[in-house]
Design a protein around this ligand. Structure first.
Ligand SMILES: [Zn+2]
Ligand SMILES: [Zn+2]
Length: 138
């Protein structure tokens, strides 16, 4: 480090533009970046959010289906047909109030229905959507 003639080292740091400007500008720029990242909204692309929503909905459907099966048993609430692991995909969870987002943990909004009885409960179009969205296997 070279100090300008006739000035003491302590004042030189601020009084000597050629030395001071470069590093200070760099520091300011660097310290601004993380601050901007924190104050603005999270940098998540819309596509990721949609995908996250789909994954969440699928995971939630799996969760409440398993809970409903555990609470109400592997049996159709209407025709009393019983199910086993190899045909369990035919047993679906019906939402009594029709709201798939209403999933009280005590199972009070769920009814286990076989696909045939479930079809009775809904119009065919709604059930087709319901099944294709929830169970990709068939
Ligand atoms: Zn049934
Ligand atoms: Zn239903």
């Amino acid at each position: 480090m070279v100090y300008p003639p006739h000035s003491c080292p302590l004042t030189a740091a601020t009084a000597w533009p050629p030395e001071a400007e470069g590093p200070i500008t760099g520091d300011v720029t660097r310290s601004f970046r993380p601050r901007r990242r924190q104050t603005s909204s999270p940098p998540t692309p819309t596509r990721d959010l949609v995908q996250q929503g789909r994954d969440l909905a699928r995971a939630r459907a799996q969760t409440y289906r398993e809970r409903s099966l555990a609470i109400h048993g592997w049996i159709c609430a209407k025709c009393a047909r019983e199910f086993e692991a190899d045909n369990l995909q035919l047993l679906t969870v019906h939402h009594r109030d029709g709201n798939h987002n209403n999933n009280p943990p005590d199972g009070s909004n769920w009814e286990n229905l076989c696909v045939y009885c479930h079809e009775d409960e809904h119009s065919r179009g709604i059930l087709a959507d319901y099944l294709s969205g929830k169970d990709g296997r068939r």
